[in-house]
Design a protein around this ligand. Sequence first.
Ligand code: ACO
Length: 329
Amino acid sequence: MNNLRPVGVIGTGKYVPEKILTNSDLEKMVDTNDEWIVSRTGIKERHIAAPDQATSDLAYEAAIKALESAGMTGSDLDLIIVATITPDSSFPSTACILQDKLGAKGAAAFDLSAACSGFVYGLATATSFIKSGMYNNALVIGADCLSRITDYTDRNTCVLFGDGAGAVIVGEVPEGRGFKSFDLGAEGAGGSLLQMEGGGSRLPASVETVENKKHYIYMNGREVFKFAVRVMGTATVEVLRKAGLERTDVDLFVPHQANIRIIQSAMQRLELPEEKVVVNVDKYANTSAASIPLALVEAAEEGRMKAGDTVLMVGFGGGLTWGASVLVW
Ligand code: ACO
């Protein structure tokens, strides 16, 4: 991959909705408490979309900022990929809605479904297209409104999720910079551990599916936890190997923000000090596809990366899937 033109991130933007749902708010909704949530997950609060906001609205706000930071407008884009499991509707895709709103006339646009790994899958897809010469400037967004598929009477899941969007512009960068490797994978056999069964062609929406809560996230938390710890370790080792780097070469680690304990286990495996790890799960909770870009963009805004730094992103999610990437900033 590296003998083709170098491709990296040339613009960044993020957006979270205004409304904040705190742990003490949740204490009034289900049988839970701040101490349990913080000690088991590291989450203190999460942002929740307003009733009139859909995923494309969150994605649009992040996209505008990313375009601005790249010094571009929508007409400069020739590819738009939105990673999401909560599209505005089954079709048209959220990417097509965005293409119209951004005035990205003629740009190819599609959604990508890989749950919390979706953003890294999107980066790999855009990078391949650009390296091949098919496109030049891609907008890659991770955006989700998990609040729309969360059962706020189920304490096992409702404390874990939030809404948001993170966007990057992917394009050609100077020699030596950009994406050095990707490691994407899936274990479809574990699909039923984390799923939303209703609303598709297997189980179309009906009174029965609504009554049986089939339009909400179902998760086997313990099994997903074990999967997460395992693949965060293996994907990290593999993506570094593919880039020809050692764990000591990592300047900034940007993990999926699902649970602080999962992040800590990856930190221990890589022997990374806290200052090299981006953590914002306390403020945003698990925002699925938006999680890694929210962390990456926030780190960029805080000046935590300088040109030439080695950034390692890694995530896991429904599918089951995982995705990791090494990026020289
Ligand atoms: N408040 C209080 N008690 C709770 C809560 C809550 N919010 N939720 C669960 N409990 C209880 C359980 O009922 C259980 O009680 P019991 O022992 O009487 O049955 C007890 O706490 C312990 O439950 P565990 O499931 O063992 O708790 P665990 O330490 O495993 O933490 C958690 C649960 C946080 C869900 C953890 O398993 C986890 O983070 N898993 C991974 C989730 C994840 O990362 N998902 C990412 C993918 S999301 C996507 O792709 C959309």
